[in-house]
Design a binder for this molecule. Structure first.
Ligand code: F6R
Length: 240
Protein backbone atom coordinates (compact mmCIF):
# COMPACT_ATOMS: atom_id res chain seq x y z
CA UNK A 1 0.00 0.00 0.00
CA UNK A 2 1.39 3.39 -0.94
CA UNK A 3 0.27 6.40 1.04
CA UNK A 4 0.51 9.83 -0.55
CA UNK A 5 -0.16 12.72 1.80
CA UNK A 6 -1.12 15.93 0.02
CA UNK A 7 -1.34 19.44 1.36
CA UNK A 8 -4.99 19.86 0.43
CA UNK A 9 -7.95 18.62 -1.62
CA UNK A 10 -6.64 20.21 -4.79
CA UNK A 11 -3.31 18.42 -4.59
CA UNK A 12 -5.06 15.15 -3.67
CA UNK A 13 -7.18 15.46 -6.81
CA UNK A 14 -4.09 16.14 -8.97
CA UNK A 15 -2.21 13.17 -7.53
CA UNK A 16 -5.13 10.81 -8.18
CA UNK A 17 -5.48 12.13 -11.72
CA UNK A 18 -1.79 11.56 -12.36
CA UNK A 19 -2.06 7.87 -11.40
CA UNK A 20 -5.14 7.43 -13.60
CA UNK A 21 -3.36 9.17 -16.47
CA UNK A 22 -0.27 6.94 -16.21
CA UNK A 23 -2.43 3.81 -16.27
CA UNK A 24 -4.38 4.97 -19.31
CA UNK A 25 -1.14 5.83 -21.07
CA UNK A 26 0.11 2.29 -20.48
CA UNK A 27 -3.22 0.63 -21.30
CA UNK A 28 -5.32 2.92 -23.51
CA UNK A 29 -7.95 0.22 -24.08
CA UNK A 30 -8.47 -0.55 -20.41
CA UNK A 31 -11.48 -0.47 -18.10
CA UNK A 32 -11.75 2.31 -15.53
CA UNK A 33 -14.22 2.73 -12.69
CA UNK A 34 -15.09 5.92 -10.78
CA UNK A 35 -17.34 6.40 -7.76
CA UNK A 36 -19.97 9.01 -6.94
CA UNK A 37 -19.95 11.04 -3.73
CA UNK A 38 -18.22 14.27 -2.72
CA UNK A 39 -14.58 13.19 -2.70
CA UNK A 40 -14.02 12.42 -6.42
CA UNK A 41 -15.43 15.66 -7.82
CA UNK A 42 -12.03 17.39 -8.06
CA UNK A 43 -10.35 14.38 -9.65
CA UNK A 44 -13.18 13.96 -12.14
CA UNK A 45 -13.11 17.66 -13.09
CA UNK A 46 -9.39 17.40 -13.76
CA UNK A 47 -9.91 14.17 -15.68
CA UNK A 48 -12.47 15.91 -17.92
CA UNK A 49 -10.08 18.82 -18.59
CA UNK A 50 -7.22 16.42 -19.37
CA UNK A 51 -9.38 14.46 -21.81
CA UNK A 52 -10.83 17.56 -23.41
CA UNK A 53 -7.41 19.06 -24.05
CA UNK A 54 -6.05 15.78 -25.45
CA UNK A 55 -3.76 14.88 -22.53
CA UNK A 56 -5.69 11.69 -21.85
CA UNK A 57 -7.24 9.61 -24.63
CA UNK A 58 -10.38 7.62 -23.83
CA UNK A 59 -11.58 6.58 -27.28
CA UNK A 60 -10.41 2.99 -26.66
CA UNK A 61 -11.04 2.94 -22.90
CA UNK A 62 -14.13 1.53 -21.18
CA UNK A 63 -15.93 2.92 -18.16
CA UNK A 64 -17.99 1.17 -15.50
CA UNK A 65 -19.69 2.86 -12.57
CA UNK A 66 -18.82 1.63 -9.09
CA UNK A 67 -22.20 1.59 -7.43
CA UNK A 68 -25.70 3.01 -7.10
CA UNK A 69 -28.53 3.45 -4.63
CA UNK A 70 -31.20 0.86 -5.44
CA UNK A 71 -34.34 2.76 -6.41
CA UNK A 72 -32.66 5.90 -7.76
CA UNK A 73 -32.55 6.64 -11.48
CA UNK A 74 -30.53 9.09 -13.52
CA UNK A 75 -32.95 11.97 -13.04
CA UNK A 76 -32.59 11.96 -9.24
CA UNK A 77 -30.13 14.52 -7.92
CA UNK A 78 -27.74 12.61 -5.67
CA UNK A 79 -27.85 9.33 -7.54
CA UNK A 80 -24.44 8.17 -8.71
CA UNK A 81 -25.72 8.18 -12.27
CA UNK A 82 -26.87 11.82 -11.99
CA UNK A 83 -23.50 12.74 -10.51
CA UNK A 84 -21.52 10.97 -13.24
CA UNK A 85 -23.69 12.43 -16.00
CA UNK A 86 -23.27 15.99 -14.71
CA UNK A 87 -19.63 15.87 -13.66
CA UNK A 88 -18.18 13.47 -16.23
CA UNK A 89 -20.23 12.54 -19.27
CA UNK A 90 -21.86 15.88 -20.12
CA UNK A 91 -18.68 17.99 -19.95
CA UNK A 92 -16.56 15.38 -21.79
CA UNK A 93 -15.96 16.29 -25.44
CA UNK A 94 -15.03 12.70 -26.28
CA UNK A 95 -16.66 9.37 -25.47
CA UNK A 96 -15.39 6.17 -23.94
CA UNK A 97 -15.46 3.19 -26.31
CA UNK A 98 -18.00 1.49 -24.03
CA UNK A 99 -19.72 2.46 -20.78
CA UNK A 100 -21.88 0.74 -18.22
CA UNK A 101 -23.59 3.01 -15.72
CA UNK A 102 -25.70 1.19 -13.17
CA UNK A 103 -29.39 2.11 -13.32
CA UNK A 104 -30.60 1.89 -9.73
CA UNK A 105 -34.19 2.31 -10.93
CA UNK A 106 -34.09 -0.68 -13.28
CA UNK A 107 -37.34 -2.68 -13.23
CA UNK A 108 -35.33 -5.82 -12.72
CA UNK A 109 -32.43 -4.95 -10.43
CA UNK A 110 -31.14 -8.53 -10.48
CA UNK A 111 -30.83 -8.33 -14.26
CA UNK A 112 -28.99 -5.01 -13.85
CA UNK A 113 -26.61 -6.65 -11.38
CA UNK A 114 -25.92 -9.49 -13.80
CA UNK A 115 -25.34 -7.09 -16.70
CA UNK A 116 -22.85 -5.06 -14.61
CA UNK A 117 -20.99 -8.20 -13.60
CA UNK A 118 -20.89 -9.40 -17.23
CA UNK A 119 -19.57 -6.03 -18.42
CA UNK A 120 -16.69 -6.23 -15.93
CA UNK A 121 -16.05 -9.84 -16.94
CA UNK A 122 -15.96 -8.87 -20.61
CA UNK A 123 -13.71 -5.81 -20.41
CA UNK A 124 -11.95 -6.41 -17.10
CA UNK A 125 -10.10 -6.84 -14.98
CA UNK A 126 -10.43 -3.17 -14.10
CA UNK A 127 -7.23 -1.24 -14.79
CA UNK A 128 -7.95 1.68 -12.46
CA UNK A 129 -10.49 1.56 -9.67
CA UNK A 130 -10.94 4.98 -8.09
CA UNK A 131 -12.68 4.81 -4.70
CA UNK A 132 -13.84 7.01 -1.87
CA UNK A 133 -14.09 5.65 1.66
CA UNK A 134 -17.16 5.82 3.89
CA UNK A 135 -17.08 6.58 7.61
CA UNK A 136 -17.59 2.86 8.31
CA UNK A 137 -14.77 1.93 5.96
CA UNK A 138 -17.03 0.94 3.08
CA UNK A 139 -15.73 1.11 -0.47
CA UNK A 140 -18.51 1.28 -3.00
CA UNK A 141 -21.40 -0.25 -1.09
CA UNK A 142 -19.23 -3.00 0.30
CA UNK A 143 -20.55 -2.39 3.77
CA UNK A 144 -19.12 -3.60 7.09
CA UNK A 145 -19.50 -7.38 7.30
CA UNK A 146 -19.20 -7.82 3.51
CA UNK A 147 -18.11 -11.12 2.06
CA UNK A 148 -14.75 -10.35 0.42
CA UNK A 149 -15.30 -13.00 -2.26
CA UNK A 150 -18.31 -11.28 -3.86
CA UNK A 151 -18.50 -9.73 -7.31
CA UNK A 152 -21.27 -7.24 -8.21
CA UNK A 153 -24.01 -7.60 -5.62
CA UNK A 154 -27.03 -5.98 -4.04
CA UNK A 155 -26.68 -5.28 -0.36
CA UNK A 156 -28.58 -3.72 2.55
CA UNK A 157 -27.27 -0.26 3.44
CA UNK A 158 -25.47 -0.09 6.78
CA UNK A 159 -26.81 2.12 9.58
CA UNK A 160 -23.85 4.49 9.08
CA UNK A 161 -24.58 4.85 5.36
CA UNK A 162 -28.26 5.55 6.11
CA UNK A 163 -27.15 8.17 8.65
CA UNK A 164 -24.99 10.10 6.17
CA UNK A 165 -26.98 9.67 2.95
CA UNK A 166 -28.99 12.81 3.69
CA UNK A 167 -25.99 14.86 2.53
CA UNK A 168 -26.55 13.66 -1.06
CA UNK A 169 -30.29 14.03 -1.43
CA UNK A 170 -33.57 14.59 0.24
CA UNK A 171 -34.26 11.77 2.69
CA UNK A 172 -37.78 11.45 1.31
CA UNK A 173 -36.27 8.56 -0.69
CA UNK A 174 -36.73 5.53 1.52
CA UNK A 175 -33.62 3.67 0.46
CA UNK A 176 -32.67 0.32 1.90
CA UNK A 177 -30.19 -1.23 -0.55
CA UNK A 178 -27.22 -0.46 -2.73
CA UNK A 179 -25.79 -2.22 -5.77
CA UNK A 180 -22.03 -2.33 -6.02
CA UNK A 181 -18.92 -3.71 -7.60
CA UNK A 182 -17.68 -6.40 -5.22
CA UNK A 183 -14.43 -6.62 -3.30
CA UNK A 184 -13.32 -9.51 -5.50
CA UNK A 185 -13.48 -7.32 -8.63
CA UNK A 186 -11.78 -4.42 -6.81
CA UNK A 187 -8.98 -6.70 -5.61
CA UNK A 188 -8.45 -7.86 -9.21
CA UNK A 189 -7.97 -4.28 -10.42
CA UNK A 190 -4.49 -3.46 -11.60
CA UNK A 191 -4.41 -0.21 -9.63
CA UNK A 192 -6.70 0.87 -6.81
CA UNK A 193 -6.77 4.51 -5.70
CA UNK A 194 -8.56 5.49 -2.51
CA UNK A 195 -8.97 9.23 -2.10
CA UNK A 196 -9.98 10.83 1.19
CA UNK A 197 -10.03 14.35 2.52
CA UNK A 198 -11.15 16.00 5.74
CA UNK A 199 -10.60 15.32 9.44
CA UNK A 200 -13.86 13.33 9.63
CA UNK A 201 -12.10 10.62 7.58
CA UNK A 202 -8.94 10.50 9.73
CA UNK A 203 -10.10 7.76 12.11
CA UNK A 204 -11.40 5.37 9.44
CA UNK A 205 -8.36 5.97 7.22
CA UNK A 206 -6.16 4.92 10.16
CA UNK A 207 -8.24 1.80 10.76
CA UNK A 208 -8.16 0.89 7.07
CA UNK A 209 -4.41 1.40 6.72
CA UNK A 210 -3.04 0.42 10.11
CA UNK A 211 -5.73 -1.72 11.72
CA UNK A 212 -6.28 -5.43 11.24
CA UNK A 213 -7.61 -6.69 7.93
CA UNK A 214 -11.24 -7.39 8.70
CA UNK A 215 -14.57 -7.19 6.94
CA UNK A 216 -15.73 -4.93 9.78
CA UNK A 217 -13.61 -2.29 7.97
CA UNK A 218 -14.00 -3.31 4.31
CA UNK A 219 -11.26 -0.98 3.01
CA UNK A 220 -8.71 -2.78 5.21
CA UNK A 221 -8.64 -5.62 2.65
CA UNK A 222 -6.72 -3.22 0.40
CA UNK A 223 -3.69 -3.80 2.64
CA UNK A 224 -3.45 -7.07 0.65
CA UNK A 225 -3.66 -5.38 -2.75
CA UNK A 226 -0.32 -5.29 -4.58
CA UNK A 227 -0.85 -1.91 -6.19
CA UNK A 228 -3.04 0.30 -4.04
CA UNK A 229 -2.62 4.01 -3.34
CA UNK A 230 -4.24 5.95 -0.53
CA UNK A 231 -4.13 9.57 -1.66
CA UNK A 232 -5.01 11.74 1.33
CA UNK A 233 -5.11 15.35 2.26
CA UNK A 234 -3.25 16.28 5.46
CA UNK A 235 -6.32 16.20 7.65
CA UNK A 236 -7.45 12.74 6.50
CA UNK A 237 -3.90 11.54 7.18
CA UNK A 238 -3.65 13.20 10.59
CA UNK A 239 -4.16 10.01 12.65
CA UNK A 240 -1.53 7.95 10.84
C1 F6R B 1 -20.02 6.46 -3.80
C2 F6R B 1 -19.39 5.37 -3.02
C3 F6R B 1 -19.12 5.51 -1.57
C4 F6R B 1 -18.35 6.80 -1.29
C5 F6R B 1 -18.05 6.96 0.21
C6 F6R B 1 -17.42 8.31 0.50
O1 F6R B 1 -20.24 6.04 -5.12
O2 F6R B 1 -19.11 4.35 -3.55
O3 F6R B 1 -18.38 4.41 -1.12
O4 F6R B 1 -17.16 6.79 -2.02
O5 F6R B 1 -19.21 6.84 0.96
O6 F6R B 1 -18.35 9.31 0.16
P1 F6R B 1 -17.93 10.83 0.06
O7 F6R B 1 -16.95 10.93 -1.05
O8 F6R B 1 -19.21 11.56 -0.25
O9 F6R B 1 -17.34 11.18 1.38
Amino acid sequence: MKVIVCKDYEEMSWQALEIIKQELLKRPDSLVSFPGGDTPLGTIKKFVSAVNCGDIKIDRAKFVSLDEWVGLGKEVYGSCQYFLNESLFKPLKYSFAETFIINGAADDIEQEREAHEKFVEKYGPIAVSLLGIGLNGHIGFNEDGVDFSLNTHITPLSEKTKEVMGKYFNTEHKLTHGITLGINQIMEANVVIVIANGSHKAQIVREALQGEVTNRVPASILQNHPNCYFVLDQTAASNL
